[in-house]
Write a protein that binds this ligand. Structure first.
Ligand code: ARG
Length: 407
């Protein structure tokens, strides 16, 4: 009888390379490797694809899904100003569901019984893979070799050497890195000491803001249409190209580094370093435009929705009814989020210095203190009387019982 097939999310690193051999030997399956291009720093993905065949995958596929990642995933994230715990733009959490989608597609194509991923048992990514797969096809079985095999890093290296699997040289850095178009995440090594300042050499997308590399101030005008960027400095560009250009520009000026303690879904606090120059600059610009164009109650309510959206996506619930319903809400809010935002980059900072929109709700005549003022100052008196009425009633009652000013 033919062996069952298993589609493996393959990165080319040690874990997933060893996993190919291990799945064959221990689970007796034919491995189909899938490399998904979400814009990770250009390692040669064709080389990675061939490497899987060299190790013994029966088939190896490299899929470039960058366009879909931008249009379907990053677009929703930007419209939702998605920042987990108000800081992290979710670069890893956003890439997992698109990888899952393609794993499931391939599994159906080759009639695989299994999907495998290379996550450990301690992170969020295992949750994102497995819950995502369950949402798209609850009958597929998931294999998690790295979580199951219980090998230390050294044992894994020995295993690799025994099976002629190329191992990284000892010069390879001690960090665990994940990256794509939306930025770069760096964990492990010395970074596990939350007091230790990150070494300069972990960064690849951003200059040191203190160094000369940053140079003089630079301005960028980002034009949005219905919540998405469509032009840079007046030049029409795809969202994909705007992300890449903003990564370059903001990164050059040393903007976009995050050093944070983060609450993982599995209950552990971890120290995380991110480089997200383009993502942070774009979220900042998008928020600035919403400040101008969204009516107050909508803007305030949306802040709560954004937080929930980010939490759901962080927690592996991209494919879920609530996340989809919130997408619907967010989409409605974006109809009039059209206009230009001017950013200034300088030595690690990104400041919004200008904004304009045909749908701006900013009314100069209402805002000004000059003679053009049309605001009805007298109306303020009645407004405050009624707004403050419950407070007055409360204060009188407290005075009556001798507890003036006390709750
Ligand atoms: N802590 C981040 C998250 O859970 C980044 C994870 C990065 N993954 C990795 N394998 N290094 O979204």
């Amino acid at each position: 009888m033919a062996r069952e097939k298993c589609v493996l999310a393959y990165s080319g690193g040690l874990d997933t390379s060893v996993a190919i051999q291990w799945l064959k030997d221990e689970k007796d399956v034919d491995v189909v490797a899938l490399v998904v291009d979400v814009g990770q720093e250009r390692q040669d993905l064709e080389f990675v694809r061939d490497k899987a065949l060299g190790i013994g995958a029966v088939e190896s596929i490299c899929k470039d899904v960058r366009e879909e990642y931008v249009e379907e995933f990053l677009a929703k994230a930007l419209k939702a100003n998605a920042l987990y715990e108000n800081k992290y733009p979710l670069l890893s959490a956003l890439s997992r569901p698109i990888i899952v989608k393609h794993l499931v597609e391939e599994a159906h194509r080759v009639r695989a019984k299994y999907i495998a991923h290379g996550c450990t048992g301690k992170g969020n990514d295992q949750v994102r893979f497995e819950v995502g797969i369950a949402a798209l096809d609850p009958d597929l079985d998931v294999l998690a070799p790295v979580r199951d095999w219980g090998m230390t890093r050294d044992e894994e290296m020995d295993y690799a050497e025994r099976h002629d699997i190329p191992v990284p040289t000892s010069k390879d850095n001690p960090y665990s890195i994940d990256d794509n178009l939306w930025g770069r995440a760096i964990e492990c090594g010395i970074l596990e000491d939350p007091w230790a300042e990150p070494p300069a050499d972990i960064y690849t997308l951003t200059n040191d803001a203190r160094g000369d590399a940053c140079g003089d101030a630079e301005y960028a005008v980002i034009s949005f249409e219905q919540g998405l960027p469509v032009a840079l400095d007046g030049e029409l560009m795809s969202f994909h190209d705007i992300i890449c250009t903003m990564n370059d520009m903001a990164g050059r000026h040393g903007f976009g580094r995050i050093d944070m303690i983060e609450n993982r879904l599995i209950g552990v606090k971890s120290r995380e370093i991110y480089e997200v120059p383009g993502a942070l600059a774009l979220v900042q610009a998008h928020k600035a435009l919403e400040d101008l164009c969204l009516e107050r109650e909508l803007l305030h309510y949306k802040l709560g929705v954004e937080q929930k959206w980010a939490e759901l996506v962080y927690n592996g619930m991209w494919f879920s009814p609530l996340k989809e319903a919130l997408d619907g809400f967010v989409e409605t809010t974006q109809k009039l989020v059209t206009g230009d935002i001017r950013l200034r980059f300088f030595k690690g900072s990104c400041v919004t210095v200008g904004r304009k929109s045909p749908y701006s709700l900013y009314d100069y005549n209402l805002a000004t203190y000059d003679e053009a003022d049309t605001f009805d100052h007298k109306a303020a008196k009645g407004f405050i009387d009624l707004w403050g009425l419950p407070t007055k009633v409360w204060a009188r009652q407290r005075r009556k019982v001798g507890k003036e000013g006390e709750v």
